[in-house]
Write a protein that binds this ligand. Structure first.
Ligand code: ZN
Length: 339
């Protein structure tokens, strides 16, 4: 009970990419960069095992950014022409590439890191990809002219890669959908439908991660406008409970999400964030255990997975490592308390 995991990303070592950045520049190029990505993947795999995590990831060491890491393998996108676009309902501006033709995968997206990780760990392995709605919210379109059509086109490509990852031996495939917390009506109208297209035919465990974003300033400012209680999850959890997705990963510690909303995810595995990625303060095991205990009132223990609130990509490497250790130590405490 209480299997531990992380949302997905981990900080890149300073020899691989600029530290503490969401869009870090790579430190090398060509073969040297490919080798450095592999080295960093192995390093974090070992660090996650040593920390005691049950379900490990590749730490997203091979991609520069969680959305564009996928888009770079897609044909029909013009990366040479980036346009400024307000994303997440204009919460902040990003320079995004443009869809200019029919979308097609150029080849495998995460084969190297997935097969490498699979060959080097006996633990359950999770690989993450951006969800269709979040991709559509992070790209400009001059070809499809319709957000739903565009999302379904991406969902088809995600499905193609997901099926291949399953064949590589990946146990959990997670789609990151921070946009689900922003476009609540569209989640019900087509967001979940697009996810269903992305998981079509998969037998491995499937997960969707829905958070309030990394700890960057624009997100912290946005959170201040959300009031005393964050009830976004209330709008979308009933629909997700009815969906075919197995697991939902969400933000919990230090957020203003009323915990009773977790009860809306009946039947699903719930990955609760017990580690704050927007703060450099390392949680104490007691704090982690307290968050798990509170969530356990609304989620049966067999469905409860202690996790991080979001990805750790922009964090300090040493702090991230200490937070992984706190996650496991706090979960051990909670196991003793709750069994
Ligand atoms: Zn997140």
């Amino acid at each position: 009970m209480l299997k531990t995991t992380i949302a997905g990303s981990l900080p890149k070592p300073a020899w691989l990419a600029e530290p503490r950045k969401l869009w870090p520049a790579w430190r090398a190029a060509g073969m040297e960069l490919e080798q450095a990505k592999r080295d960093a993947t192995l390093l974090w795999l070992k660090a996650q095992e040593d920390a005691g995590l049950d379900i490990v990831t590749d730490g997203e060491q091979s991609r520069q950014h969680f959305v564009h890491g996928f888009l770079e393998s897609v044909e029909g996108i013009d990366f040479s022409r980036k346009v400024k676009m307000g994303i997440r309902n204009n919460r902040y501006d990003a320079m995004v590439p443009v869809v200019t033709g029919p979308l097609k995968l150029k080849g495998r997206v995460h084969r190297i890191e997935a097969q490498l990780a699979r060959a080097h760990t006996a633990r359950k392995l999770k690989i993450t990809m951006p969800g269709p709605m979040t991709i559509v919210d992070t790209i400009a379109d001059e070809h499809y002219g319709d957000k739903v059509k565009l999302a379904m086109a991406f969902a088809e490509l995600l499905n193609q890669e997901a099926r291949a990852l399953e064949k590589d031996g990946v146990d959990v495939i997670q789609f990151d959908e921070p946009a689900f917390n922003v476009y609540l009506e569209n989640v019900k109208r087509w967001g979940i439908q697009a996810l269903h297209r992305a998981i079509q035919g998969l037998k491995c465990t499937t997960c969707v991660h829905i958070c309030y974003g990394y700890g960057i300033q624009a997100n912290l400012d946005w959170k201040r406008t959300l009031g005393a209680e964050w009830r976004q999850y209330e709008e979308i959890f009933p629909a997700l409970a009815k969906s075919r997705i197995d697991q939902v990963s969400l933000e919990c510690i230090h957020s203003k999400v009323p915990l009773e909303l977790l009860g809306l995810l009946k039947g699903k595995d719930v990955l609760i964030g017990v580690i704050d990625v927007a703060s450099d303060q390392v949680e104490t095991p007691a704090e982690v255990a307290a968050t798990i205990t509170k969530a356990a009132k609304y989620v049966p223990l067999k469905h409860l997975y202690p996790c991080t609130n979001c990805g750790m990509a922009p964090m300090d490497r040493e702090i991230a490592l200490k937070k992984l250790e706190a996650l496991v130590a706090g979960t051990r405490l909670a196991r003793k308390k709750l069994k």
